[in-house]
Design a protein around this ligand. Structure first.
Ligand code: GLC
Length: 541
């Protein structure tokens, strides 16, 4: 994808903001849009091209805002529409674009159309916008099929007149019926609404979901996790995405924010499942989660990268090492395994074991992420090396994954703890009030303030990497060529033209760096003994 017209999103570094945990301006303990605005200077210094805001819409917060009750408004706890407009404008003055989250698989059970469906009779027009069915069993007392909610428990809830409605996630998140024309029209409007307000693009939540097999057949349970099924990766999706692409492309590309993008959240069993999404004319981009799924091991990482590169590069399938749904890299890499739901519990049982190893590998992973061809996403706090917080009190936890699994699964709150901005003080500079999730005692040590002047800090590493990435002609879009370090176990080395070499030692004995002129940046000390395990370096060649 190195030829042709250059679109900004093909090599953008996008910073994911979880607004409720980023910065709070009014002391209610909940991060908000004015708080985010006040920290745009920090993001500009970091050197990101865009921010993706996870949902900031009115919501009863059954799932951290992914239960939307009004798609065209701002949650009053987070600000006003005026605040959103001001954010877009001020971000633009820093050359930062704003991507918003579109949540089309489901809404909130508080959404007026779902309330109308509940108030209406079985078989009504109102109910047909959602997926209502009679139950099985003698009296309809059993759910219509055996589908499970992704958060645990059944995917169906019964309403007083005896029908059941489908929710692949929480009870408070009824699935839309994408075979209904009203639903199509509603989302066309929502997309235009945010693009008209200057959004540079959309992150599409659960983009592998939406359409369900009309017969709602039982799940055989035999297929691998996230494989195509009656409710995942349905063929109808691609026509829908072509129609959304036409909307995106109908916005003039000249000037800021340029061509609009959409990046689909598509969880998959194997990279090949992404292929239909990568056909021309569909969503501009889908995330590839290879660096989240792969364990910290040379062959596993290389295989993961090649699996995607065989289909597309990161300009269509951006790279990512973390987000608000998975344990933070600095903790995840303490284990020699790729992400699986439930991993947070195992991290909890580690105590302080391997803490330094995890942080060291996360620094190397950051250099890998930012050296791969195409676009990359950074989740807030990754640049500070924040660990997963595994010891939140149970009564503070809010994630439905925790609540619906009866605590078996620790859930995702541990990667959503509000950011530390200052070394000390109330909320470590996040809020003058009490943060909505408690911050650990040592949180100030990770703060932007504590790390800013320290050349050895995570923050300094990210700043330097982003600066080099902007300046170096080999980085961003393009291709990579693996350097044959065969016979050197643990080595993960590739060249990018012109004149750039990436070298990492995942897990082997120290080895000599490939031929190079100088070390541009390294994630840790590189001495005469060679590149130690868990270390990466950017080299000029
Ligand atoms: C996506 C979001 C996640 C949410 C789920 C349901 O996976 O990233 O946070 O819980 O969709 O909307």
């Amino acid at each position: 994808m190195s030829g042709g017209e250059h679109r900004w999103w093909e090599d953008a570094v996008v910073y994911e903001v979880y607004p409720r945990s980023f910065a709070d301006s009014d002391g209610d303990g909940i991060g908000d849009l004015p708080g985010l605005r006040s920290r745009l200077g920090y993001l500009a210094d970091l050197g990101v091209d865009a921010i993706w805001l996870t949902p900031f819409y009115p919501s009863p917060l059954a799932d951290g805002g992914y239960d939307v009750s009004d798609y065209r408004a701002v949650d009053p706890r987070l600000g006003t529409m005026g605040d959103f407009d001001a954010l877009v404008k001020e971000a633009a003055s820093h050359r930062i674009r704003v991507i918003v989250d579109l949540v089309p698989n489901h809404c909130s059970s508080d959404h007026p159309l779902f309330r109308a469906a509940l108030a209406a009779a079985p078989g009504s027009r109102e109910r047909s916008r959602f997926i209502f069915r009679g139950g099985r069993g003698h009296d309809g007392e059993l759910p219509p099929n055996n589908w499970a909610s992704s958060f645990g428990g059944p995917a169906w809830t019964r309403v007083p007149d005896g029908q059941w409605y489908l929710h692949i996630y929480d009870t408070g998140q009824p699935d839309w019926n994408w075979h209904d024309e009203d639903v199509l029209a509603l989302f066309d409007d929502v997309i235009r609404f945010w693009l008209d307000r200057g959004a540079a693009g959309l992150r599409v939540d659960v983009a592998h979901g939406l359409f369900k097999h009309p017969g709602l057949p039982d799940d055989s349970g035999g297929s691998p996790h996230n494989a195509p099924s009656a409710f995942r990766h349905r063929p109808e999706l691609q026509e829908l995405y072509r129609s959304w692409r036409a909307i995106l492309d109908s916005y003039p590309a000249e000037g800021f924010p340029g061509a609009r993008t959409a990046v689909g959240e598509v969880w998959y069993d194997a990279p090949g499942t992404l292929a239909p999404y990568l056909e021309p004319g569909g969503l501009p981009q889908v995330f590839n989660f290879e660096l989240i799924m792969a364990r910290w091991h040379t062959a596993a990482l290389r295989g993961a990268i090649d699996g995607v590169l065989a289909l597309a590069d990161g300009s269509r399938a951006p790279w990512v090492i973390g987000n608000h749904d998975v344990p933070r890299p600095a903790s995840r890499y303490r284990l020699d395994e790729g992400f699986t739901p439930g991993m947070a519990r195992r991290l909890e049982s580690l105590g302080q074991q391997n803490a330094q190893l995890g942080a060291q590998r996360a620094r190397a992973a950051a250099l890998l992420l930012l050296a791969l061809p195409g676009s990359a996403y950074i989740y807030q706090g990754e640049e500070l090396g924040l660990p997963e917080v595994t010891d939140l009190p149970d009564d503070a936890r809010q994630d439905p994954e925790f609540l619906r699994s009866g605590g078996r699964n620790l859930g995702r709150d541990g990667c959503r703890v509000p950011l530390p901005w200052t070394r000390t003080g109330q909320g470590f500079g996040f809020s003058a009030g009490t943060p909505w999730l408690p911050q650990p005692a040592g949180w100030g040590g990770y703060s932007a303030e504590a790390q800013s002047g320290d050349p050895g800090s995570f923050l300094s590493l990210y700043r330097a990497a982003l600066r080099l990435r902007r300046e170096h002609p080999a980085l961003g879009r393009g291709a990579l060529r693996w350097l044959d370090q065969s016979g050197v176990p643990g080595s993960l080395c590739f060249a990018r033209e012109p004149g750039f070499v990436f070298a990492a030692n995942a897990d082997g004995a120290p080895f000599r760096l490939p031929p190079h002129r100088e070390i541009l940046l390294a994630s840790g000390p590189v001495g005469d003994g060679g590149l130690p395990p868990g270390t990466a370096a950017w080299l000029s060649a």
